[in-house]
Design a protein around this ligand. Sequence first.
Ligand SMILES: [Zn+2]
Ligand SMILES: [Zn+2]
Ligand SMILES: [Zn+2]
Length: 770
Amino acid sequence: MGSSQIQRVRIVIRGAVQGVGFRPFIFRLADELRLKGWVINNTQGVFIEAEGSLDVLQTFLLRIEREKPAISFIQSFEHSYLDPAGYNNFEIRESTDGAKTALILPDIATCSDCRQEIFDSANRRYRYPFTNCTNCGPRFTIIEALPYDRPRTSMRMFDMCPECAEEYHNPRDRRFHAQPNACPQCGPHLELWDATGTVACKNDEALLRAAAAVRDGLIVAVKGLGGFHLLVDAGNEPAVRRLRSRKRREEKPFALMFPSLATATEFAQVEPLEERLLLSPESPIVLLRRRACEGLAESIAPGNPFLGVMLPYTPLHHLLLQELRFPVIATSGNVSDEPICTHEQEALLRLQDIADLFLVHNRPIVRHMDDSVVRVMAGREIVLRRARGFAPLPVLLREAAPDVIAVGAHQKNAIAASVGEQVFISQHVGDLETVPAYGAFEQVLADFAELYELHPAVLACDLHPDYFSSQYARKQREVKVVAVQHHYAHVLSCMAENQIDPPALGIAWDGSGYGPDETVWGGEFLRITAEGFERFAHLRTFRLPGGEKAVKEPRRVALSILRETFGDKLTELGKLPTLAAFSGDERRLLEEMLEREIRSPRTSSAGRLFDAVASILGLRQVCRFEGQAAMELEFLTHEVATDESYAFELLDGSDGNSLDWVPMIRAIMTEIRDGFCAGVVAAKFHNTLVEMMVRVAKECGDERVVLSGGCFQNRYLTERAVMQLGNQGFRPYWHQRVPPNDGGIALGQVAAVSRARSKSKPGERQTVCA
Ligand SMILES: [Zn+2]
Ligand SMILES: [Zn+2]
Ligand SMILES: [Zn+2]
């Protein structure tokens, strides 16, 4: 999609944006930039649609925030690109009522007024870590019930002092009806606890001693907005290593919090869209290109050219980071894959072997909330983890869906609930591997049902019978259960947020998903029609020796791929990193498993194909975290620029067309023997995958091509697919507000039920969309 092509952006702005001259401001700005479209006010906020070229629309987005009326305040700024509607002029439209469902705002990063107050020694909130106002502060993490009013929040236990009450009741005050309003006299306060829970000190002394402990290389658990963070000096290698071993997190990158934008730019490249994100009310973790390595511990993100960066987003973080003046690791307070701790007693138990000290406070956290993760790709934002700042804002469908609760997938679980044309997506829950994670999942479901007063007749789940989320759905009586094929849900999720209808070709590439033929799918081309989907093509299948074990060991996948390519003549290939990664016995055992088809399911997984190539190149034989090998392969593409690709074949098969990668693997082996650099091979491998997409798109003929699944977190793959498909006359669509990974599955499940509605028979308890 060229940048000169006309696109439409839809913007939803929430906050103090009504009755402050916001619409005339938007009108003048749009007029100056010669954009077409409209702006409208309704009970849910200001809605804007504007059409123009991508670069002008980007300028528009950036200038709205920079030049908005001084009196206005933005609490949430969401935007999505959609197909152009063909507007002729820009107009201010009549206000409408908007959706009736009560809107719950996400937590909002500290505003500049509050920030000034906490650093002003003359202000009564000087150094007060729970300062907030109508424009900023906690929301979703303190709400117990609706409507949003102090007695129904976790602030109800704090009686406002006369001064706070005066602000709260004064319509001219910035804190008029600010539900979490508080001050040092009447609000929550800090305590520093040792590992046994004994109070060491309170208030500002607690904060100063916590900062000193971080400076000394200790691990401090800090109770924040939506849970505990573990804070460690990012420049202290031994401290970071200690955190890794205690948290049992081997190599997965840690997110960093920087004292300011200026310090972040010393360590990372920050483009204008990324700067906007860092400073936005959502204040997510933004994946940035690393600039310098000095000053940061090597083991923060070993071998990774990116850094996950965020800025302080609560007064507590501002005060701590101002004290420290250096970047810190701010990672979720949990043991490996468990959910984030929210309660101090729970944190003492679960984090006792990790944290040296606990900086806690007495404002209860009603529900857990991780930090969100966002990356800029192809000139747009793409949310990779949807939590603080975004959840539980709705995604708007083009038309109303029936009332459904979707329980999502297994990894990166999030649930969704539809109310009319709005789909509320929960905060990120995580992988449902552990008992605490499953508990968090059930809690989020109960929480959503209560908050939104949901009584749905339908529960949607994944087709995979063993996912805990699917098992939960099947256990429920009184409701109809709809099982949705995983990759179909991926594609529908992307179509729903882009507001497009069938027909379309969906390319759903990820690690794995349950196929209706009981094989493991993962390299799918699904033709989406009004009736459902057809598996139009898929990657050639191969065996996974040891099933789940192969997911963690790229060398196992590579062994299988090499045998598919070269038969049993592997020893003739000479010295290969893959083969060298096994002992003689291990390899014999695996080859026997493959030969006799024992515990070796067939898969078409694109994610595993990345693993295999990473192993063959000697990049990674065993993964320390999910997706590591594929990430490392992507990183190699940064070093080279080539448009070359490898040969492949599109074959007819009984289960749809199959893309044969055997010629590619042969060519890669030849190039390795000829001493080609790994970066070139990695780039050509990515290019080949994109050529496969283009080839199938041509075969299919549908103009719309929808890209979804975990593989499209890969920036090189996504940007190149978007460009090449666009060059060939197709319309590519990719994710924006909803993650391409399994965090987006719940939205797709809602969309699937919506589509299947017309076909199901009354009284039927189970339906399958597969
Ligand atoms: Zn504020
Ligand atoms: Zn007070
Ligand atoms: Zn998936």
